[in-house]
Design a protein around this ligand. Sequence first.
Ligand code: PLP
Length: 348
Amino acid sequence: PFFKEYLLDDLREFPILSAKLNANENPYGPSPKALEAFTAAAPKGNRYAWKELFQLVNKIAEFEGVQDKNIMMGPGSSDLLEKTAMVLFMNGGNVVSADPAYMSLIRVAESVGATWKPVPLKKDWSHDLKAMEAAVDANTKLVYICNPNNPTGTITDHKELLDFCSRVSEKVPVFIDEAYLAFMGEGLKKSMVSLISEGKNVIIARTFSKIHGMAGLRVGYIVGQEETLGKLKKITRGGMGITYPSVFAAMAAMDDVEFLDKSRVLNAECKKFVYNSLESMGFEYVPSETSFVIFPIEMEGKEFLQKMTHLKVGVRAFQFMDKNWCRVSMGTMEEMKLFADATAKVLI
Ligand code: PLP
């Protein structure tokens, strides 16, 4: 595997960031309606959100066009990615995914004894579905696909991915992480969730952390077949980790279409600014379908992070495809200007 992330030794040594562009958070969230619902529900924090959680599950099931039994909630989708890895790989096996990919499920799988079978993305940044299918063997317990992918921000053709998931899920479950799908122009139209009603063994993950702007309120879910979710539910009740007010915030956030549309538009404007800034500084970049952009840098990743952080701009740095890369999240326009100034100072 040639994917590597550069990290600072100790984040606490560094100044408070003026532009926090390192975790793909939505600078405009939570939505006004979500915040209002959260605040109104907070005094009921002495209660478990037991029946209220069923209300949220029901609302999500309706939204996804599936039944309640196909939904499993978690305090953020990380919890569900990690628990899926723990359950499916507790007796070893391998996980097939792209390289680079979002590593959370893969790292947990490895830590409980699985091996990672990375398949490089194609030159056009899409998943190499042929090679991924060929990589599936008798020990493969799961195929993990992040679409759009993180850290690249790029997508794989909808029809080809549908065919792939449909076919491969006959042999092994396919996990599709759609954390950023809602940022695309057509919203969730390119989701793999339709495969659930066709009885396919796919698991789709979604989160309220990104376009809904609720990363700190911790709500996410997966959609899957009842039997598959049943295996996971043996070790976790999932939704037990979601706080009472967050359940209400999530329901309100789903209804705040105005906020979601606004986030999509502002995100697109921000990306345009970043593309233009990078171009004017002479950098290449990878056009993104998400709320972050990557571009190659000619500096060792850790040194780059240290220099950017010193200027109070937080970004991420990776190494893959024989290059070093910066990943910058879309923040407010003001934050993006700080990012552009800092990048010019550090790299030019
Ligand atoms: N999946 C992807 C692709 C992500 O980028 C992230 C967060 O950055 C997550 C899942 C997890 O987010 P959360 O646990 O906040 O739902």
